[in-house]
Write a protein that binds this ligand. Structure first.
Ligand SMILES: Cc1cc2nc3c(=O)[nH]c(=O)nc-3n(C[C@H](O)[C@H](O)[C@H](O)COP(=O)(O)OP(=O)(O)OC[C@H]3O[C@@H](n4cnc5c(N)ncnc54)[C@H](O)[C@@H]3O)c2cc1C
Length: 432
């Protein structure tokens, strides 16, 4: 049994397709139960959907209810291509038909409260009883730390970091911007969803401007001194967008150069930072982030705004029998990415399986693979493997593999195809 679970764990962290589970989780792994367990999952994004499908494969008799507010899910990964008109909305939109066909009870309601004494999750319409509750409700934003910015103003100056409406809004603004216009971007220095995402977005916008509005430019005012895959991104920008020359489409101003934005002047469309006052035709502010509002309202978040968990099982350190997975979890040093979220979901499914079956917990390993599309035929990547450290409850980095700076041109091209393949496999694992 234990050996089966070890093999299973290895398969799960690499994100092997869900069908592969049947091969590895053979008859000896599936235990026949007299009791039917109830599991409630809050949030049907990459983490929640992957968890529900994985546990259903491991324990078909478990009654799983997935509470997801919306009938359709819109993907963050590859959304930069949608933003610049290279990808249709349909290719990023997924529903829950497959989950329902597999026997998962999907209800489109907003979860409001967890009553941990009664072990129920309440929505406006109903009450759902659980033996284990899995919360995978994503992120929320902190707008007010930039003077003059607010939730209401996010309609005018979109973050485009969550939800289809925000992305469509930014896309329309880019479409309507005249040739010769300036795009301003800013991003936070605290933990946020998809650490290299802003730099992929800059790259995609630069490619769009080069092709469609060649007199335009993009200025990135950054609150960070350094950013992920910086050397690789800067090399790509030099090769593709004249970065570092007077004609560069991209200007990056980091925190050390005074790029931290402190104020938005909405009426004059200006961002203020130490490096100066910058006027933008399109202004994209990616605000500071924290765990979603549901976890916050239910006492699952810690002082840093994220949800402390036991990194072996993802059980909350605040409320027993409740697990938090995905971006909302404080799972240092895993990044907040869809890949890591699906990896956590699988590890958590195996942990819940072990708990239900009274099996000893395992020391999980994790993985994150992150591709960044710098242009239509140019992508870079980083692959990191991790192991849970039972002493510190941290998730330690074991090895890192990044696109080398002297990679042949063919590698940048093939990494684009790998990025699409990885996206497809994450989507198949989560939504079928
Ligand atoms: C621009 C951009 C690019 C990205 N690119 C990549 C990439 O290339 N690779 C990668 O791995 N990651 C990428 N990411 C990150 C990835 O999108 C997130 O890490 C991932 O979506 C996290 O999954 P999650 O399930 O935790 O949260 P989410 O995907 O946000 O899902 C949360 C779900 O919970 C639901 N929900 C929230 N509250 C409630 C409630 N009270 N009741 C019911 N339902 C609720 C929401 O409707 C939502 O469907 C990118 C993100 C962005 C913004």
């Amino acid at each position: 049994m234990i050996d089966d679970r070890r093999t299973l764990l290895k398969w799960l962290i690499t994100g092997a397709g869900i069908a592969a589970l049947d091969a590895v989780a053979g008859p000896s792994t599936k235990i026949a139960h007299t009791k039917t367990f109830n599991v409630v999952v809050v949030g049907g994004g990459f983490a929640g959907a992957t968890f529900a499908r994985t546990l259903k494969r491991l324990m078909p008799n478990t009654a799983i209810t997935l509470i997801e507010e919306y009938p359709e899910y819109f993907s963050g990964p590859l959304s930069a291509e949608y933003l610049v008109g290279k990808r249709s909305e349909e290719t990023l939109t997924f529903d829950y038909t497959k989950l329902i066909s597999e026997g998962i009870n999907v209800v489109h309601e907003r979860a409001l409260t967890i009553d941990s004494a009664k072990r129920v999750v309440e929505t406006e319409q109903s009450t759902y009883r659980y033996d284990r509750c899995i919360v995978a409700a994503g992120i929320s934003f902190d707008f007010e730390y930039i003077k003059g910015y607010s939730k209401a103003l996010a309609d005018v100056f979109p973050h485009a970091w969550k939800g289809k409406e925000q992305l469509s809004n930014l896309k329309n603004q880019l479409d309507e911007m005249p040739n010769g216009g300036t795009v301003l971007m800013s991003s936070p220095n605290t933990e946020y969803r998809c650490p290299p995402g802003p730099y992929e977005r800059v790259s995609q916008i630069a490619e769009y401007l080069k092709a469609h509005k060649p007199n335009s430019k993009i200025i990135f005012l950054d609150s960070k001194e350094r950013f992920p895959k910086q050397a690789q991104f800067e090399l790509a920008w030099k090769q593709l967008y004249g970065y570092g020359t007077a004609k560069s489409i991209i200007t990056w101003i980091g925190a050390q150069q005074g790029g931290t934005v402190t104020e938005l002047r909405a009426d004059t469309r200006e961002l203020v930072c130490q490096a100066g006052i910058f006027k933008g035709d399109v202004i994209n502010i990616i605000p500071r982030q924290k765990a979603d509002l549901f976890t916050d309202a239910n006492g699952l978040t810690g002082d840093n705004g994220w949800c402390p968990v036991n990194t072996q099982t993802f059980e909350s350190l605040k409320i027993p029998n409740v697990h938090v997975i995905g971006d909302a979890a404080d799972a240092h040093s895993l990044p907040k990415s869809a890949f890591a979220a699906t990896c956590q979901a699988r590890v958590c499914a195996l942990a819940v399986y072990s708990l239900f079956n009274k099996l000893p917990p395992m020391t999980p390993e994790y993985m994150n693979v992150c591709f960044s599309l710098c242009a239509t035929h140019y992508a870079i990547s980083v692959t990191v493997s991790y192991r849970q450290n039972p002493q510190t409850n941290k998730i330690d980095v074991i090895s890192t593999n990044i696109t080398p700076l002297d990679a042949p041109k063919t590698q940048y091209i093939s990494e684009v195809q790998s990025a699409y393949a990885m996206f497809n496999s994450m989507v198949i694992g989560a939504f079928g």
